[in-house]
Design a protein. Structure first.
Length: 296
């Protein structure tokens, strides 16, 4: 089924508080959550994170302050990326909490509407040094070893069964440290584990990281958790290559250099263009447009 044809129906179900990912998964008979299901669900949810932040800002700020302590203790770094930024309700308070602030900040999300809200939220807090775009964590628009500190905050969460693919891609773009704040199956009780499995959440990030030979320097329960049934664990992976990549953005499909012209990003080598809609670059692989005469 082409799920893009039933968005009006999905909207009605969303307004009835239906679990959209579960609904979309069931109509196809899928076991795992698909990227398309996640994208549709998250886009309908856009705006809810900022509302939640305004109700629970003290708790969320405490969460971000705790994360800032970990990052500040890692030493010198110049660039920071949040994968699955949502509405920037983690990145924005985090930036304000950091003692050692990065020169360049980036954030992407699979949902265009969430990025739209993220821009508004960052503007409200007068944070202007963050580049935002849509993107796919399994096929990102960043070059190898291009970002000093890469982190997630429950953004790998719904991708159970794809832990290896997620880790390999995020490790590829990391230059110094990869920080994962994700559901901690290892430290969860039986009720929490059953819930994670029912929701299709990741369950073996730590064991997969070890199998891949990554240097895991921290693995424990995170000090702050909003839902006891979904305990947050922190995994810190050290890479520390000390590369310097001046222009980290690239074509997500071919990993070749980008140039920005008018309302598009274009790769001269791949001949693919990616549109910019309402000042938001759309850099999902499926956003690519074959544009062989773009520069004519």
């Amino acid at each position: 089924m082409d799920k893009l044809k039933i968005l009006s129906r999905v909207k009605q179900l969303y307004l009835q508080n239906t679990n959209i990912i579960k609904y979309l998964k069931e109509i196809e008979g899928d076991i795992c959550n698909s990227i398309e299901d996640i994208m549709i669900s998250y886009d309908f949810q856009a705006g809810t994170y900022i509302k939640a932040y305004k109700k629970e800002s003290l708790f969320i700020n405490k969460y971000c302050f705790e994360l800032a302590q970990y990052i500040d203790n890692l030493g010198e770094y110049n660039s920071l990326l949040e994968v699955g930024i949502g509405e920037a309700t983690t990145l924005a308070p985090l930036i304000l909490s950091l003692e050692n602030k990065p020169n360049k900040c980036y954030g992407f999300d699979i949902s265009w509407s969430r990025i739209k809200y993220a821009k508004k939220f960052l503007n409200e807090l007068k944070i202007s040094n963050v580049q935002l775009f849509t993107g796919d964590l399994f096929c990102t628009q960043f070059k190898d070893n291009s970002i000093d500190v890469v982190y997630t905050s429950h953004s790998i969460e719904p991708n159970g069964g794809k832990e290896k693919e997620a880790l390999m891609e995020l490790y590829r773009i990391t230059n110094k440290y990869l920080i994962l704040l994700e559901p901690s199956y290892e430290f969860a009780n039986e009720e929490s584990r059953e819930r994670m499995l029912n929701h299709g959440y990741v369950t073996n990030l730590y064991s997969t990281a070890k199998e891949l030979g990554y240097n895991v320097i921290e693995h424990k329960l995170f000090e702050i958790c909003s839902n006891p049934l979904n305990p947050t664990g922190i995994i810190i992976i050290k890479k520390d290559l000390n590369f310097q990549v001046l222009n980290p953005l690239c074509c997500p499909i071919t990993k070749t250099d980008f140039l920005k012209k008018n309302i598009a990003y274009f790769s001269e080598e791949s001949l693919l263009a990616y549109p910019i809609i309402d000042e938001i670059p759309c850099l999902l692989p499926q956003n690519a447009i074959i544009a062989t005469k773009f520069l004519d």
